[in-house]
Design a binder for this molecule. Structure first.
Ligand code: 13P
Ligand code: SF4
Length: 307
């Protein structure tokens, strides 16, 4: 793999500063190429727990992911290359809505998607990601669970757990990137052209698309399925960065977007230029107030123990 000059300078600087580069599957290929670790939200949470030797954590992903790494590493400096890399879904759960739901259902545990801000996580019983949400909810052994903020992930969980009522907060939390894929009409049209192809939807996709897909998988689940499956064509219902990753890792297989133009603008705020500058100046430092971090850490660590 030939690296460009900026990529080589980043690697040099990273080594000089004993930094570790954690990269989400939705980042641009040039950043994926130089990642120390590349993965989905759950894998990156786990890795953030195991970076004792690094002095600096550079998180190439969105705000809530970098915050999670900072919460798990209170004694380390965590930086994110762009302060504009903010996931809109994570900002969709107002604290007042969450607290009202807790008051109305005091007996119900609170399961929050990792795509939330630290303040909300601090109010949760346990956090979940798209790769463990159903198992986490089932394991709690409760009749009723407060769940948020993604309505489509709630649908995914409801289809897989039985006799558990989900109180979903807010009414309509969603990811616009996955909502943009609609009911999966374009994916089905592609399947007609490639009858042997597998159709994958992410749990953030609309219910109709989830129901029509062959598999509903997190981005990490998609990466595993690409290795296991005998199919050679895949219609991928998630963000372009994962398609870039899989196309590079499996050059003899074909990965087609379920809907063209499915890009997460927040993830794409990070580029080689601001990554280099971030490393050089050790900016932008992610901080979470101690009280909030201590409570949020419990909910995150509970998830890591349960999954
Ligand atoms: P994954 O946990 O599947 O990587 O998803 C993260 C995310 O933000 C999806 O939009
Ligand atoms: Fe947030 Fe959607 Fe982007 Fe994921 S793809 S980071 S949920 S906006």
């Amino acid at each position: 793999m030939g690296l460009n000059e900026l990529q080589r300078s980043i690697i040099e600087l990273k080594e000089e500063k004993n930094a570790v580069l954690l990269v989400h599957n939705y980042q641009i290929p040039e950043i994926q190429d130089i990642a120390d670790y590349l993965g989905d939200s759950l894998q990156l949470c786990r890795l953030a727990q195991r970076v004792e030797d690094a002095e600096l954590i550079v998180f190439c992903g969105v705000d809530f992911m970098a915050e999670t790494a900072a919460i798990l590493n209170p004694d380390k400096k965590v930086i994110i290359p762009s302060q504009k890399a903010c996931c809109p879904m994570a900002a969709m759960l107002p604290m007042s809505t969450l607290r009202e739901a807790k008051e109305r259902h005091p007996e119900a545990p609170v399961v929050l998607y990792v795509n939330t801000l630290a303040e909300a996580k601090a109010e949760a019983t346990v956090v979940c990601t798209s790769s463990n949400a159903d198992r986490i909810v089932a394991k709690l052994g409760a009749d009723k669970v407060i769940f948020g903020p993604d309505r489509n992930l709630a649908y995914y969980v409801e289809r897989r757990v039985h006799d558990i009522e989900l109180v979903v907060v807010p009414d309509d939390g969603y990811c616009s990137v996955h909502r943009f894929m609609g009911g999966g009409d374009e994916a089905m049209e592609l399947k007609r052209i490639h009858p042997g192809a597998e159709v994958w939807a992410h749990p953030e996709c609309e219910p109709e698309f989830q129901d029509r897909a062959d598999y509903v998988l997190s981005t990490g689940g998609m990466a595993r399925r690409a290795v296991e499956s005998d199919a050679t064509v895949f219609i991928v219902g998630t963000e372009q960065g994962l398609i870039d990753r899989l196309s590079r890792e499996h050059p003899h297989k074909t990965f087609l977007p379920a809907k063209s133009g499915s890009e997460c603008a927040a993830m794409k705020r990070i580029d080689l230029g601001n990554l280099y500058e971030a490393l050089l100046k050790e900016q932008h430092v992610v901080t979470v107030p101690k009280n909030t971090a201590d409570k949020a850490r419990e909910a995150i660590e509970r998830m890591l123990l349960m999954s």
